[in-house]
Design a protein around this ligand. Sequence first.
Ligand SMILES: [Zn+2]
Length: 137
Amino acid sequence: MKPKVTRLQIAARGLANRCPNCGGRALFVPGRPFTLRPVCGECGLVLERDEGGFLGAMSLNYGVTVCLILLPILLAYLFGWIGGATAAVAAGVGAVLFPVLFYRSSRSWWLMNYYLVLPQHLPANQRRLAADEDANT
Ligand SMILES: [Zn+2]
């Protein structure tokens, strides 16, 4: 059976910080940009799946910060394009500022990763299972 929400739609919605289930923009509490809602404000999809759910997003945020900010600064320093003091200041500022700016996307991208692997877990894609059928297949 073809899912109602495809992996391509899940990726597009996740990259745009939208709900993977309905595509709505209600992932975060209005007026509180760093507070993820426990459930989507439009369709009720559970966003806070468990207490440690933020750890995956935090790891993703760390990895993107290293790859997009710290590694280029290190390479620029090693190739002699910038000095040591400049590299140290840029790395320090980048390592603090970028994760804050990327926080919302990291939460959304982590949620996207989960549903890219298990798209059948989206409420929009669920159907009645046969007696001998497993929901994880
Ligand atoms: Zn939703």
